[in-house]
Design a protein around this ligand. Structure first.
Ligand code: UDP
Length: 491
């Protein structure tokens, strides 16, 4: 019994940005050690999960990873303008009874459950797993700074006057080992105390303390001071420990996209080395009509080569296409119809606009790509790091403003940051910033940092690499839990 594989159950929140890294974690768990030490079940939600990139990522998992999908839950009672976070929390909350049933049945199976690993939005599920006696480890698909900020929220909530929004805090928030953050840099839902998602987020911070540990998709060279400071607090019993096990990024061959023969790769083949800006705002980011026009005009004026993943513009919600809201805009068949008149023709040869989706990992690793205009989603960031591509930080929603602060800090130095005016980056600024990134001195410095980080990322999982060691530490705890269960069953 003691030699049987330990079984780990992983629960991915709705959305590609959550499922893809969780699938990668599942892959690493079962590949760990001799390759026969762990089996895994990757659990996901029916809601928001039908996209083709999701299915291909899951289809490429090894046989020792089983999959399970929680049944769809109704959401028709939510207001049409409900916040992204509110929608995710509602799905996660309403699916809890299904999760409980699933965990119970897995627990009763011969393999049992050595550990339960939900991601960011799985805070509520920790109570379910805890009541069943299963150790819970939260997989943070962002970074330790974002994790620390989240755990700090209940304190910030308590100590900030209730008529003061965080964006109006007069002093920056200073957490040990983190860049100082303006209140306005905190995640969107906590910017408005009347938003139901505000209370969800504060509650997440509280419930995270139920975890036995945090598995974080970051690595030492990226956040050395932040990780050390967090774990110093953990040593004092303030927080559960954080294991920095990243970067987990898809490789060109690991699926999750429609890679291969995408025509934009053939277009890149014809461009000079490091000359092209890749412009993409994650799986869900959208720009306002005004911002889309300014970005187009700025790219055109810069004369730099670009490959732009264009979405339908949205004036209210910067994460509108996260759940497919970018499709079926109603006025046109393609987001390219919303580009300024004549833009595609005028930029032909130096620019390529692609509707909706591209094989991002392949693009970032193409020799022709020299910079990445990015919303700073953490997966996109790590993919840029692994490819050694410097960034122009253009945060839109979620924790992206915090990421942008970190990436453009002197310490990390991977990204330049364009200046906004009243929430819009004007065309002159776009043109200046993209030119600086591709051809300027600051861009060259960011490229050098990207190169250093790429090397450090590649070593993180080498034998004795810090991320491999952190992973071994947590895997050791899971093996112990499995052996203790086996002993208890055998008497
Ligand atoms: N992505 C992609 N092609 C696209 C847009 C996004 O392959 O055209 C992938 C990207 O490589 C990344 C994920 O979608 O792995 C987006 O995750 P991220 O955390 O960057 O942002 P989110 O979508 O969660 O805001």
């Amino acid at each position: 019994m003691g030699t049987e594989a330990a079984h780990v159950v992983l629960l991915a929140s709705p959305g590609a940005g959550h499922v893809l890294p969780m699938a990668e974690l599942a892959r690493r768990v079962v590949a760990h050690g001799s390759g026969a030490e762990f089996t895994a079940t990757l659990v996901s939600y029916t809601n928001f999960s039908s996209a083709v990139h999701y299915s291909s990522a899951v289809a490429s998992l090894p046989p020792s990873v089983s999959t399970a999908v929680l049944p769809e839950v109704p959401l028709d009672d939510l207001p049409a303008d409900a916040h992204v976070e509110t929608r995710i929390f509602t799905v996660v909350d309403r699916a809890l009874p299904h999760l409980r049933d699933l965990l119970r049945s897995l627990l009763a199976s011969p393999a049992g459950v050595a550990a339960f690993v939900p991601d960011l939005f799985g805070a509520w599920s920790l109570e379910v797993s805890g009541k069943l006696g299963i150790p819970g480890y939260v997989f943070c698909t962002t970074n330790v700074m974002a994790l620390h900020t989240l755990i700090y929220l209940p304190h910030l909530d308590k100590t900030t006057a209730c008529d003061c929004e965080f964006r109006d805090l007069p002093e920056p928030i200073r957490l040990p080992g983190c860049e100082p953050l303006r209140g306005a840099d905190l995640v969107d839902p906590v910017q408005d105390r009347t938003n139901p998602a505000y209370h969800f987020m504060v509650e997440v911070g509280r419930r995270y303390l139920l975890a036995d540990g945090f598995i974080v998709n970051t690595f030492d060279a990226m956040e050395h001071a932040t990780i050390s400071a967090f774990n110093a607090l953990s040593d004092k019993g303030v927080y559960p420990p954080a294991y920095a096990v990243g970067p987990f990024v898809r490789t060109c061959s690991s699926g999750g996209g429609d890679a291969g023969e995408h025509s934009c790769l053939r277009w890149l083949d014809e461009q000079p080395d490091r000359s092209v800006l890749y412009v993409c705002f994650g799986s869900g980011g959208t720009l306002s009509t005004e911002q889309m026009a300014e970005l187009a005009a700025g790219l055109e004026a810069s004369g730099q080569r670009f490959l732009w993943v264009v979405r339908f513009p949205r004036d209210k919600d910067r994460s509108a296409s996260f759940f497919g809201g970018g499709h079926g805009h109603g006025h046109g068949d393609s987001p390219l119809d919303y580009l300024p008149e004549g833009f595609v023709e005028r930029t032909r040869g130096i620019g390529l606009a692609v509707a909706e989706w591209t094989p991002q990992v392949e693009i970032l690793n193409h020799r022709a790509v020299g910079g990445f205009v990015s919303h700073c989603g953490w997966n996109s960031t790590l993919e840029a790091v692994a490819a050694g591509v410097p960034m122009l930080a253009w945060p839109l929603y979620a924790e992206q403003r915090m990421n942008a602060v970190m990436l453009s800090s002197e310490r990390v130095g991977l990204a330049l940051r364009p200046r906004e005016e009243d929430g819009v980056v004007p065309r002159e600024e776009v043109a200046a910033a993209v030119t600086e990134l591709i051809a300027g001195e600051k861009g060259a410095a960011a490229r050098e940092k990207a190169r250093e980080l790429r090397e450090a990322a590649a070593k993180a999982w080498a034998p004795d690499g810090p991320s491999r060691e952190a992973f071994q530490a947590v895997a050791g705890k899971w093996k112990k839990a499995a052996s203790a269960r086996a002993c208890a069953i055998c008497g």
